[in-house]
Design a protein around this ligand. Sequence first.
Ligand SMILES: CC(C)(COP(=O)(O)OP(=O)(O)OC[C@H]1O[C@@H](n2cnc3c(N)ncnc32)[C@H](O)[C@@H]1OP(=O)(O)O)[C@@H](O)C(=O)NCCC(=O)NCCS
Length: 116
Amino acid sequence: MDGYDERHPDDRLASNHPLLLMHEGTPVGTARLDVTGPRLGVVRLVAIEANLQRRGLGRLLMQEVESYARRVGLEQLEVNAAKEAEGFYQSLGWVAVRSDRENPLMTKSLSPGEIQ
Ligand SMILES: CC(C)(COP(=O)(O)OP(=O)(O)OC[C@H]1O[C@@H](n2cnc3c(N)ncnc32)[C@H](O)[C@@H]1OP(=O)(O)O)[C@@H](O)C(=O)NCCC(=O)NCCS
């Protein structure tokens, strides 16, 4: 993605979790889960390698993010979606709560995970 600053301090905050989706030892996607409240997380910097999009990897990435979020005790996720990615989140069960914004605010409630 354009504009990513790898030295940005937010990537190193203890409450923010930078995640990689790996395939055979190679990173193919990324997301960062920021824990912003006792039960709330915000998903940022979601991306699949450009030449691997539209093959189901984004769905897989978000399933893994959700399961990770449940494991750290979150019940609700939010994303400030890129306009062109709104349909992607919709197909994964996210709901737009502020579609009037430049980056529509979308949310997803997490079903309870197994206790581990
Ligand atoms: C958005 C992104 C992460 C989706 O990943 P992907 O691997 O292409 O998505 P998938 O192939 O797993 O698609 C999952 C579902 O979303 C749908 N979908 C994917 N991209 C979509 C889009 N741009 N618009 C509408 N629907 C979309 C697919 O059709 C699929 O639905 P289906 O299973 O019902 O057929 C990827 O396109 C990307 O990295 N885009 C550039 C960066 C970006 O915009 N990130 C989002 C920032 S908020």
